[in-house]
Design a protein around this ligand. Structure first.
Ligand code: GCO
Ligand code: MG
Length: 400
């Protein structure tokens, strides 16, 4: 009989800021010793909850929480079919919680267990956007004045439903890629000439354009020296990276939709991307992300873990512990959580001077106030959080 055993596993659903978050709590036989993990797949959260409660809980209750690697490997293959976003998020909930427990047992913040800090805090990039170039510039300047050195810039395409920027409020879910592809280089020409050389500019294509247009876009953006251009292709089109690499030196970030190592390993091995941007819970949690970061180091690929509002504060803390401890850290995406979320998750990492700062509590350093969390159930929604389609003018569904 191990000294400590896992006694319970629960999936906690909460939406303090209206975004559906799933956090797993793993309890142990040691009084007061538990861990938290992020399992947030905001478009299919209830499927993740079922995977945790119906399949992973019976699999891990009674096990020694110290055996993280063995539990991960055993749970991974226990479904035989594997490497999808639902099962990986469920597994991540358990995996991060076990790392949290290990940190508490060692009485160390996780970045210490991961080898110690390479840096005091993680540089963040903020999201600037607007309806026109001038609004984007004003938004970017606002962040620069707050001390940010990295700003992602997105502009609305008039009359269309644009990723990352408010449109003209027509409510139409319409998207035509060509107008966007011609607009974005002009946006960066405008921004670079006004904002100067010091600031690092980023942009997210969100896999929304046909591959050859993304190749052209990366070439057109070359003169403006982006810090990175994100998700030019969908995961289904990753062979295009080989072509893009021959055409343009614009740094490429990729990967929030990746779930399977066979998607990301070749891109890194063949040096076809510059930043790995996976959603850590979608690849199975911290155990996998640590291996991935180490693998990237040998190929000059830097980390830029996905950090939107649909990663819980527990997940943001996991990102941060890696950001601090990995030599090949690149940049961290920021999300400013609302007051309610910060109350539900005491210990949520702090943002200051354009950087994300850890606390020195053991483990991940983030807790959950379950009573408060229960006050913010998932909002009513006809698709339970799923996305409605975006279409071209002729009605064809496009990638989001
Ligand atoms: C980003 C992402 C997000 C995703 C979102 C999907 O780079 O931050 O593209 O905004 O769209 O996480 O749920
Ligand atoms: Mg993105």
């Amino acid at each position: 009989m191990p000294r400590i055993v896992i006694t319970d596993v629960r999936a906690i659903c909460t939406a303090p800021d209206g975004i559906r978050l799933v956090v797993v709590k793993v309890e142990t036989s040691e009084p007061g010793l538990y861990g938290l993990g992020c399992a947030t797949f905001t478009q299919r959260p209830l499927a993740v909850v079922a995977a945790i409660e119906q399949y992973l809980k019976p699999f891990v209750v009674g096990r020694d929480p110290n055996d993280i690697e063995d539990i991960w490997q055993a749970a991974y293959v226990s479904s035989y079919w594997r490497n999808g976003p639902v099962l990986h998020n469920a597994l991540s909930g358990i995996d991060m919680a076990l790392w949290d427990i290990k940190g508490k047992l060692a009485n160390m913040p996780l970045y210490q267990l991961f080898g110690g800090k390479c840096r005091q805090a993680a540089a963040l990039y903020a999201h600037a956007s607007g309806r026109d170039f001038q609004e984007v510039e004003e938004d970017a300047r606002r962040y620069m004045e707050m001390g940010y050195r990295y700003v992602r810039c997105q502009v609305a395409v008039p009359g269309q439903s644009t990723y990352g920027a408010r449109g003209d409020d027509t409510g139409r879910e319409i998207w035509e890629p060509s107008v966007y592809c011609r607009l974005v280089p002009r946006l960066f020409d405008y921004l670079r000439s006004r904002l100067g050389e010091e600031v690092e500019l980023l942009h997210d294509v969100h896999e929304r354009v046909p591959p050859i247009q993304a190749v052209q876009l990366a070439k057109d953006l070359e003169p403006y020296r982006l810090f990175f251009l994100e998700d030019p292709f969908a995961p289904e089109d990753i062979e295009y990276f080989r072509i893009l690499r021959q055409q343009a030196a614009t740094p490429i970030a990729m990967g929030e939709l990746f779930v399977n190592p066979s998607e990301y390993v070749p891109l890194i091995r063949d040096r076809l991307i510059d930043f790995i941007r996976v959603h850590i819970s979608a690849i199975g949690g911290l155990s996998m992300a640590r291996k991935l970061a180490a693998f990237c180091e040998f190929f000059g690929v830097r980390t830029a873990w996905h950090g939107p509002g649909d990663v819980s504060p527990v997940g943001h803390a996991a990102n941060l512990h890696l950001d601090l401890a990995c030599y090949n850290f690149g940049i961290q995406e920021q999300h400013v959580f609302g007051e309610r979320t910060r109350e539900v998750f005491p210990g949520c990492p702090e943002i200051r001077d354009g950087m994300l700062w850890p606390n020195d509590k053991p483990g991940l350093g983030v807790d959950i106030d379950e009573k408060l969390a229960a006050r913010y159930p998932f909002p009513e929604h006809p698709l339970n959080g799923g996305w409605a389609p975006v279409r071209r003018l002729d009605g064809t569904v496009i990638r989001p």
